[in-house]
Design a protein around this ligand. Structure first.
Ligand code: ADP
Ligand code: MG
Length: 217
């Protein structure tokens, strides 16, 4: 039977904005990952580009954020999404805003290298729901006490294999080490190289493994 977004357990307001964004049927990785994430499980996702990872990790966070009272505290981020490139960060930010819809008043910040820190620091000072970041700049701001990870409840590592290739493993581990173990973590990668398995072992707790790639190809 084909899953629907409703059958995955997503709340009503989110279903409405999803429909508006033109999302009708969940992709395989979304159908497999979302129910586990809504249940609080860590996820180890093996999925190629175009499989729909953004909604797979984004929708459960948006669902939880909608149910949280109040605004984020100054200097904190409720969720941190680490990505290898600026382009990817911008895409994810746009996709999450579209899925959230205007009524949620989602606050996000892009923490990216190669551009001025000033606006990033200003936004962080107010506190944000979701921080989407490349690891190098994020580590700098954490080290300089411009963002506190004490209240962060979700950590996502998107395209972890590319972050590894780009030499971001050090900052990724350091950022993760500053976030409480009570967090929920999801790691997505196109491949399951030994280094990725090792990273996942260090960062995830009894993860559910989901795959969008066909077996044996
Ligand atoms: P990935 O991160 O795995 O490369 P994306 O999350 O960027 O994939 O999604 C790829 C494209 O598919 C995007 O344009 C996105 O809007 C679209 N998409 C994702 N999930 C769905 C869905 N359930 N229904 C329709 N379009 C979708
Ligand atoms: Mg993606």
């Amino acid at each position: 039977m084909t899953a629907t977004f409703e059958s995955l357990g997503l709340p009503g307001p989110l279903l409405a904005s999803l429909a508006k964004a033109g999302f009708e049927t969940p992709t395989k990785i979304q159908a497999e990952a979302i129910p586990h994430q809504l249940a609080g499980k860590d996820i180890l996702g093996i999925a190629q580009t175009g499989s729909g990872k953004t909604a797979a990790f984004g929708l459960p966070i948006l669902a939880a954020l909608q149910a949280l009272p109040g605004r984020p505290r100054p200097m904190t981020a409720r969720a941190v999404i680490l990505v290898p490139t600026r382009e990817l960060a911008v895409q994810i930010d746009e996709a999450l805003r579209k899925m959230a819809g205007p009524s949620m008043r989602l606050t996000t910040v892009l923490v990216l290298g190669g551009v001025s820190r000033y606006n990033q620091v200003q936004k962080l000072a107010k506190g944000v729901d979701i921080c989407i970041a490349t690891p190098g700049r994020m580590k700098d701001l954490v080290d300089d006490d411009k963002i506190w990870l004490s209240e962060t409840r979700w950590l996502i590592l998107d395209e972890a294999d590319r972050m590894l290739d780009m030499g971001f493993i050090g900052p990724v581990k350091e950022i993760a080490s500053k976030i409480s173990w009570k967090r929920q973590t999801a790691l997505f990668s196109a491949t399951m190289a030994p280094e990725i398995s090792k990273l996942a072992e260090g960062l995830l707790r009894e993860p559910v493994r989901v795959e969008a790639t066909p077996q044996g190809t």
